[in-house]
Design a protein around this ligand. Structure first.
Ligand code: NAP
Length: 524
């Protein structure tokens, strides 16, 4: 397969003529062929208009018909494995095994949504029958269910070229909800984006759907992305990326004549709390698994740990020494893009320059290589200085000794919203953990015990989100089947004749859904 480097506007290709850019091979430090052409304003307009045209017919499909479409996408993605293996490792520096794993995950996400749609009860159908004899006033017949919001703009992240990008969770959940998607390709993996878009396009054709169900736009800067968010046809935005980027799009979306929500999944420092009994019992083992998590993927995971709070006492010195040894011994690793490498170097440099923070490990980060860094700062400083709890995207963590358990809980109380928090504990730590848990559940999307936060399972119970700034709206998850709720809204039908109701709400329950009927959950 060779790449055209042109946007995909419904069934047609964009045209050359706008600004161009190339992919980048981070392992070899060279630009890649071909040149990719940014979409021009009339192409953004056409992609959004087509999406608006496609929206009613996509919304009118039954859940089961949409499930078939998602299955086709999963198959088309898997069928393109050789193409992904030919381009994605070059564009990202990620090993082929990781790409294969991520492809399976991306296809698996579409399949998981297909199963949700096949069962169908996700629409949360509620029926309150009319009460004509109610006094003093009769009640009308009221029925509600979740309906798609309309076209969604999707911005993928650099660090998951498949599972969080063009064919990632945002696209899967928006299409599952019945919303057309206009995706903006991440410049860190443009050929991968084109390959994913062609797989989705093949499924659109195979299912005979309107061409506007899916489009892909390339952008050489931020103009196309901004025009996409501003376009009146777009009704919601899914974004995975930096806090800076997410907030820029949130501001843009809020300033439209018709404001729309931006579901932005942004950065996090994923704090680790090491409780005293566990620290005394197994300091080295905990340091080893934590170091491996910090180093995984050169720290380029939104769930990478960036703050480690441990109670000073037995085991602390051994824990600190082992963590520093493991991070110090790691070879600098290729980062995804020169920009990300530059931002990492700057972030590490800012921490190293502080007089209230001790540098424990700081390797030499050169060109596109990032070397792990570990800093140490007292809890009082971490509580007072916001800079110490800001994400440095890469293998970089701050170790914070807490004088006692009360100070450790105070650090937790001082944190802003996070994707995850991890508690490393033994049975003897239960009393401290019981104090810590309510503080953490108030601030994070996922609390975990005796594990590492890197590695996000795709399953119905997963919550990948968290209060701002981890995400723009902590009521939702970006991973797992719950992600579909970002792109739907409830609609109530009052006294609507049965023949005009969606099948989900008809009296005979033709789809055999679980529905809440007169306050009782039933399947009749
Ligand atoms: P990024 O720089 O924010 O870029 C994300 C996408 O948004 C890119 O396509 C980018 O285009 C676009 N963009 C950024 N600012 C924009 C603006 N003002 N207007 C229009 N478009 C804009 O993020 P990244 O470097 O790709 O990813 C790294 C970050 O993502 C880290 O902070 C990481 O923690 C976070 N992340 C979060 C999750 C999660 O699930 N929470 C998962 C993975 C990564 P350009 O590149 O062309 O500017």
């Amino acid at each position: 397969m060779s790449w055209m480097g042109l946007s995909l506007i419904g069934a047609e290709r964009g045209e050359p003529g706008g600004p161009t850019f190339t992919g980048w091979n981070p392992a070899e430090g060279v630009a890649l062929e071909p040149r990719f052409h940014a979409a021009r304003p009339h192409e953004v307009e056409r992609a959004c208009s087509l999406a608006a045209e496609a929206a009613p017919s996509l919304a009118a499909l039954s859940s089961r018909q949409r499930a078939v479409f998602l299955e086709h996408i999963a198959e088309a993605l898997l069928a393109a494995e050789a193409d992904f293996l030919a381009v994605t490792p070059k564009e990202t520096g990620l090993p082929p095994a990781r790409i294969q794993g991520e492809l399976g995950r991306a296809a698996g996400q579409f399949r998981q949504f297909a199963r949700l749609l096949e069962e169908g009860s996700w629409v949360d159908a509620r029926i309150d029958h009319a009460l004509p004899d109610r006094k003093p006033l009769p009640r009308a017949d009221l029925r509600s269910m979740l309906r798609p919001v309309g076209p969604v703009a999707v911005f993928g992240a650099s660090n998951f070229p498949l599972a969080f990008s063009v064919a990632g969770g945002d696209t899967a959940s928006a299409l599952a909800a019945g919303c057309p998607v206009v995706a903006k390709a991440h410049p860190a993996h443009p050929a991968t984006s084109e390959c994913a878009a062609l797989a989705i396009r093949a499924a659109v054709v195979a299912c005979g759907l309107h061409e506007g169900v899916f489009s892909l736009l390339f952008d050489a800067g931020t103009e196309v992305g901004a025009a996409l968010v501003r376009h009146p046809a777009i009704r919601s935005v899914g974004f995975t990326g930096s806090r800076q980027g997410g907030q820029a799009l949130m501001a843009l979306a809020a300033s439209r004549p018709l404001p729309i929500p931006v579901f932005a999944e942004m950065g996090s420092i994923n704090p680790i709390f090491v409780l005293p009994e566990a620290l005394a019992a197994r300091p080295e083992a905990m340091a080893d698994s934590l170091a491996a998590s910090i180093l995984q993927g050169a720290g380029q995971f939104c769930t990478s740990p960036g703050l480690v709070v441990a109670v000073e006492g037995p085991g602390f010195e051994a824990f600190r020494a082992r963590l520093a040894e493991k991070l110090g011994a790691a070879a600098p690793a290729p980062m995804l893009t020169p920009n990300i490498a530059e931002r990492f170097r700057e972030g590490v440099g800012r921490l190293a320059a502080r007089t209230d923070t001790r540098t424990c490990v700081r390797g030499e980060s050169r060109a596109a290589l990032g070397a792990a860094a570990l800093f140490e700062a007292p809890a009082t400083v971490v509580l007072a200085e916001h800079a110490l709890t800001e994400e440095v995207f890469g293998s970089c963590a701050v170790l914070t000794p807490a004088k006692d358990a009360a100070e450790l809980v105070r650090v937790a109380l001082g944190l802003e919203g996070q994707l995850t928090a991890t508690v490393l504990m033994d049975a003897g730590d239960t009393a401290v953990a019981a104090e810590l848990f309510p503080v953490l559940t108030d601030r994070v999307g996922r609390v975990l015990v005796n594990g590492v936060p890197t590695g996000v399972e795709v399953c119905p119970a997963m919550v990948h989100g968290g209060p701002f700034p981890a995400s723009s709206d902590g009521r939702f998850t970006a991973v797992g089947t719950g992600a579909i709720r970002r792109f739907v809204r409830p609609v109530c039908y009052q006294d609507v004749p049965d023949a005009l109701l969606p099948a989900e709400l008809r009296e005979s329950n033709p789809l055999s859904l679980w529905r809440t009927v007169d306050g009782v959950l039933k399947r009749e």
